[in-house]
Design a protein around this ligand. Structure first.
Ligand code: HSE
Length: 306
């Protein structure tokens, strides 16, 4: 049996405006590169060779995610995970999900694929629980399955792959600051008025319909968030200005990526996606804020062996 594998685990945009904690998609951009080695030590060792300052002890998301998988496979199994490259932690593009999803995907491959995608998402959720206090699957699901995913239910876990237009492109910009998911989550109210729930459900359902029907105008008017965006946008520098900047360059829709500070926009060509990313970054730079920028189609490829 092969005992070592290297994986690329992609960045993901979650929430997607109207889908707080239930929607997400993978894109071609940053990713974690992890090497996973399975042994019979019963222990999990993490080695960080990336530039990011991250814990290697039980506070690393890989720990609970892999522990959940290995203890179901065989308690004698242990693993060593070498982190070669890391999405910036606290970026809002699924950094923790990429690590936990990558580790469980790699371990599953080495063990001969005993677990299906849903089980892998469930294991990886243990990592999300560690960093954000709550297990949300809107980043780990697209990271593992690729494409655009919808979490219909958490108990039991039910995740659906949603078809999406081949020419739906995204711009993703990460202003150079870190936000802790647990802190961003604490700003979101634990309950909303029925009238808000009605509007949010309408937009979320319409976004899914727009993706399936390839109706970009419907997608554009459905990326509306009444739950997280109003509570969090003040954390992102010049949010209203960069939103206006993106729309002025042809963005169909714009919102916060995950719990921020990254933002994303949808558009209908790679060229426009690049222009929008550049314009958002340029607007931020004029204010003295550096950023990383990406532009790609929604990617059908989730975590994979390299
Ligand atoms: N849905 C989660 C949140 C994503 O918005 O808190 C965190 O990356």
């Amino acid at each position: 049996m092969k005992n070592s594998v290297k994986v690329f685990s992609p960045g993901t945009v979650s929430n997607v405006g109207s889908g707080y904690d239930i929607m997400g998609f993978a894109f071609d951009g940053p990713g974690d590169i992890l090497e996973i080695i399975i042994d019979r030590s019963g222990e999990i060792i993490i080695e960080n060779r990336s530039d990011s300052d991250i814990p290697c002890d039980e506070n690393n998301v890989i720990h609970p995610a892999l522990r959940a998988l290995l203890s179901q496979a065989d308690k004698e199994y242990g693993a060593r995970v070498i982190i070669h490259r890391k999405i910036s932690p606290g970026s809002g593009i699924g950094s923790s999900a990429a690590s936990s999803a990558g580790a469980v995907f790699g371990a599953n491959a080495l063990l001969g694929m005993p677990f299906n995608d849903l089980e892998l998402i469930d294991f990886a959720l243990q990592g999300e629980k560690l960093v954000s206090g709550q297990a949300h699957a809107d980043n780990v699901a697209p990271c593992i399955m690729g494409g655009f995913t919808l979490v219909r239910s958490y108990k039991p876990l039910d995740v659906i792959s949603i078809p999406y237009p081949a020419d739906l492109y995204c711009s993703v910009v990460h202003p150079a600051l870190q936000l802790k998911t647990s802190e961003s989550r604490s700003l979101v109210k634990s309950s909303v008025a029925t009238s808000t729930a009605v509007q949010q459900t309408g937009n979320a359902s319409a976004l899914i319909a727009g993706l399936i029907l390839n109706d970009k105008k419907l997608i554009a008017r459905s990326v509306v968030d009444l739950i997280a965006e109003p509570a969090r946008k003040h954390l992102i520098p010049y949010y209203d200005e960069i939103k206006a900047a993106a729309i002025s360059k042809g963005a169909l829709a714009f919102n916060i990526s995950g719990s921020g500070p990254s933002v994303f926009a949808f558009t209908d060509s790679q060229e426009k996606a690049e222009n929008i990313s550049e314009h958002i970054s340029g607007t931020l730079l004029l204010k003295g804020i550096k950023s990383m920028r990406y532009a790609s189609a929604i990617s059908g490829k989730g975590v994979r062996i390299i």
